[in-house]
Design a protein around this ligand. Structure first.
Ligand code: PMP
Length: 845
């Protein structure tokens, strides 16, 4: 073979296709027969282990081995097979490689990404690694230290090396010496695809390895890619292709140096590729001449000449353009032999290893400079770096959250999980946050006057002290009575005809689950699947009382899920209770006035007599329980106490409620409407249910939870009452969308925000109370435990209109008995409240 004509290609004269062709790599032969053979070898090794290895050794390496692992005596014998000078050079090369790689060891890191969220990265070695050192025509002991040194530095507990045996059954001595110098004691005389199979799957004698490293011929490479694609195989360092070098040189370069570098690469193999980019016509021509002269003198000239057949000498317009072309090619090795080589470095990123300046031949990088020589070929340098210590390490992430930490970021996790429709993900956070939402058991649980005793515990998170196992209120005078009255069922007081009343047997109530649902006359088509932009599953009826929402609200209210009935707002629960207990034309409901208007209307619709004790505005709507009880008779089924009361804001929680409950035991349901209790800072009366079978509590998401649009309210009561209400309720009271929205909205972060909003509104309420009281047109502002103020004006009509003219709407109660000139003002955001104050002040002018 003679020196090829290294013609110079002019980059600027090439069109796009020409440029791609100029940078094309020698075609990799993808031989389907070879791939089949590789797969068969791997399968045989996997199935028959050492026996298969032995057969393949006979067939491919022409030697039949009893034992594959190199013995101590073989190691010892290898020493004499390697020249002392070579051994010394190996030692110093290894020392330099070690020095460079030791500096790569990463430090573990620890960052608190939020308060209570500790994130760490700990570094762990890959326990068992398998290295492959080719032997064949040119043994590459350098590969042994380029892989063995970082593996040892990384701390891999087991390092296995495979290298093909020679036909006499021995391993190449230089490979064994190098292995010894690197501290690798387990060397196996195995080559080709079978060596890769043995390390990936393990055999009787070869340990199974988690990751395989090293170059090799097409058999080795194909086998590595196969085992990497098999989850039961092994990871690999990177796909390996033929070696390549790209040289950028300018007029200052010595043509002999450049030619020598090109040939150093060319002698690797016929498929190696060498490229030279230069703006200098003179240099390009000189290098072509030098290559021809030098190749003739090389021992491996045949291989080099074959490789030169796909060499490229390219004239570029400038060094900048040379860098651009190199970036496009992404060479394994890049030699920059220019006047100011370092000046080009900032512009280079797509290269496996870079050699700067006239005195940096690639050869030093191949053996002994320090950096690794296992590098990305075939353009993989665009995405991969070379092998280093980190190739033998795993960075293991650690996350440790405190309760505070989960509160801080759990909400984000849930939102994101649900955005990906991964509900179970969200719930894994949710169950924890729900638990965190429960308070520590109160040391002195009380249902006494809470405003005095428990100013900070909002009943958002109150929990029945009795169920928590905490002591009951020892001071309660009704304690003894309560425990007898407690068990007195109230069902006997419900409408008698309901005792035998069978609820409508809706399809979902039957409780069956099946893959194909043909039971509810629903449409089988989910519109979401047809591309309509709505929630999935809306073609199906919802669960009548979804367990997840029940559990969530139970946690929120500190109640037992079985004691909850959820409806479309507490309005629905009021309506159902009236219907469940009151016989039309006979029974009555007792409440006071002023209070929430729906009690009267609901009673009237049911045909029940509604008896309201008039409270005195001048006495701050004080409630005398005896007077309320005086209104009750044998036909009283419901006594309703709204606390804090709408529209007065008065709080009646405490002893009064318990007294009513005890007195009404077994006779009437005491319904405590706690629509606004979150603003009162008192424990919920639901704690009384434990002791008083006749207490029902209404809670709602419409006020403090800022979810009025969801229309979700809850009755908390003894199970028998819940069951009764459930029986007479409409088949599917809860819309799917509301349930989903509530679940999404009621995460623990939302609860924290709710608490913040409540605190702000309470502050604003107090501020507004003071400010309004200062107005010359306001006669009275009643103290309020809710999110509104009842205000008496000199002329409520003028005030109402004045506010309306300013775009502010309040509620006119002036026509209600005892509330002449009264307006109810809901507390808004601070700026809205300011606007109201300004508008009212305007009235003064
Ligand atoms: N109870 C009271 C005292 C109320 O003021 C209201 C609404 N204004 C309700 C119940 C009804 O609330 P929901 O939105 O839960 O139906």
């Amino acid at each position: 073979m003679t020196a090829p004509d290294l013609a110079v290609i002019d980059w600027s004269a090439l069109d796009e296709a020409g440029r791609s062709a100029a940078l094309s790599r020698p075609r990799q032969l993808r031989d389907a027969t070879q791939l089949d053979a590789v797969r068969a070898i791997l399968a045989a090794v996997r199935a028959r282990g050492d026996e298969a290895l032995r057969e393949f050794g006979t067939r491919f390496d022409h030697c039949t081995l009893d034992r594959f692992e190199v013995t101590d005596s073989e190691f010892a014998a290898a020493e004499s097979g390697v020249d002392a000078g070579v051994r010394a050079a190996m030692g110093s090369a290894i020392a330099r490689v070690e020095a460079f790689h030791a500096a790569q060891l990463p430090a573990p890191l620890r960052v608190d990404t939020a308060p209570g969220v500790r994130c760490e990265q700990v570094i762990r070695p890959i326990d068992r690694v398998g290295l492959y050192a080719p032997a064949g025509s040119a043994p590459l002991p350098s590969t042994v230290w380029m892989l063995g040194v970082p593996a040892r530095l990384a701390g891999c507990t087991q390092i296995v090396l495979a290298t093909p045996p020679r036909s006499d059954g021995s391993a190449d001595p230089s490979i064994l010496v190098a292995a010894k110098l690197c501290g690798i004691s387990r060397v196996f005389k195995l080559g080709g695809a079978q060596a890769i199979g043995a390390m990936a799957y393990g055999t009787e004698t070869v340990p199974r390895c988690a990751k395989l490293f090293g170059p090799g011929n097409t058999w080795v490479t194909a086998a590595k890619l196969e085992v990497a694609a098999d989850p039961e195989g092994a990871a690999i360092d990177m796909p390996a292709g033929p070696s390549e070098v790209l040289v950028i040189a300018d007029d200052s370069a010595d043509a002999a140096f450049v030619a020598a570098d090109l040939l150093a690469q060319a002698e690797h193999g016929a498929d190696s590729q060498v490229l030279l980019l230069s703006p200098s016509e003179r240099l390009l021509a000189a290098v072509a001449r030098e290559v021809a002269a030098q190749v003739a003198l090389l021992p491996r000239r045949e291989i080099a000449l074959a490789a030169l057949a796909h060499a490229r000498l390219i004239r570029v317009a400038s060094l900048d353009e040379a860098v651009q072309v190199s970036e496009r090619y992404a060479p394994e090795h890049l030699i920059v032999n220019t006047h100011d080589a370092r000046a080009l470095l900032p512009g280079i990123s797509n290269a496996g290893s870079i050699f700067l300046g006239a005195w940096s031949p690639e050869t030093v990088g191949d053996y002994c400079a320090g950096p690794n020589h296992v590098l990305p070929t075939l353009g993989f340098a665009r995405a991969f770096g070379g092998v280093g210590v980190d190739s033998f390490l795993r960075r293991v992430n650690v996350q440790e959250l405190s309760a505070e930490g989960l509160r801080a970021i759990g909400g984000d996790a849930m939102v994101l999980a649900r955005a990906e429709s991964l509900e179970a993900h969200a719930r894994a956070v949710d169950v924890r946050l729900a638990k965190l939402a429960l308070p520590e058991p109160h040391p002195h649980p009380t249902v006494g006057h809470p405003a005095l005793e428990s100013p900070v515990c909002t009943s958002m998170c109150s929990r029945s002290p009795a169920r928590d196992g905490a002591a009951r209120n020892p001071g309660s005078p009704l304690e003894g009575e309560g425990s007898t009255g407690a068990s007195m069922s109230l069902l006997a007081r419900a409408r008698p005809e309901l005792a035998a009343f069978k609820p409508y047997a809706s399809a979902r109530r039957a409780g069956f689950e099946a893959r194909i649902r043909l039971d509810a006359n629903e449409s089988p088509w989910d519109l979401r699947e047809e591309g309509v932009d709505i929630d999935a599953g809306l073609n199906r009826y919802p669960s009548p009382q979804p367990a997840d929402l029940r559990a969530r609200l139970a946690a929120l209210y500190g109640a037992d899920p079985a004691q909850l009935w959820i409806g479309r707002g507490s309005d629905e629960a009021i309506d159902l209770l009236l219907r469940a207990f009151c016989r039309a034309g006979r029974d009555n409901v007792v409440a006071f006035a002023p209070t929430f208007g729906m009690y009267r209307i609901g009673s009237a619709l049911q045909g029940a007599d509604y008896r309201a004790l008039a409270l005195d505005a001048d006495d701050d709507f004080a409630l005398d329980p005896e007077k309320l009880l005086d209104l009750c008779d044998d036909d009283t089924k419901l006594v309703i106490v709204c606390s804090p009361n709408n529209p007065t804001g008065t709080l009646y929680h405490g002893q009064l409620i318990e007294q009513l409950a005890a007195t009404l035991a077994g006779r009437a349901l005491l319904l405590v409407d706690e629509a606004y209790v979150e603003f009162a800072g008192v424990p919920s009366a639901s704690a009384l249910i434990e002791r008083h079978a006749n207490v029902g509590v209404l809670r709602t998401l419409s006020k403090a939870h800022a979810l009025a649009g969801e229309r979700l309210g809850t009755l908390i009561a003894r199970e028998e009452i819940i069951e009764l209400v459930g029986r007479i309720a409409a088949p599917y009271p809860l819309p799917t969308l509301s349930v989903r929205a509530a679940l999404a909205a009621l995460d623990a972060n939302a609860l924290l925000r709710t608490q913040a909003r409540i605190a702000l509104l309470v502050d604003e309420r107090e501020r507004m109370g003071k400010m309004l009281a200062l107005s010359p047109f306001v006669r009275k502002v009643w103290p309020s435990s809710a999110n509104f103020l009842l205000v008496r004006f000199d002329d409520s009509r003028a005030a109402f209109e004045r506010l309306l003219a300013a775009g502010i709407l309040v509620r006119d109660f002036s026509t209600q008995p005892g509330l002449a000139n009264c307006l109810r003002i809901t507390i808004g955001k601070p700026d809205e409240n300011d606007a109201l104050l300004v508008a009212l002040a305007g009235e003064a002018r």
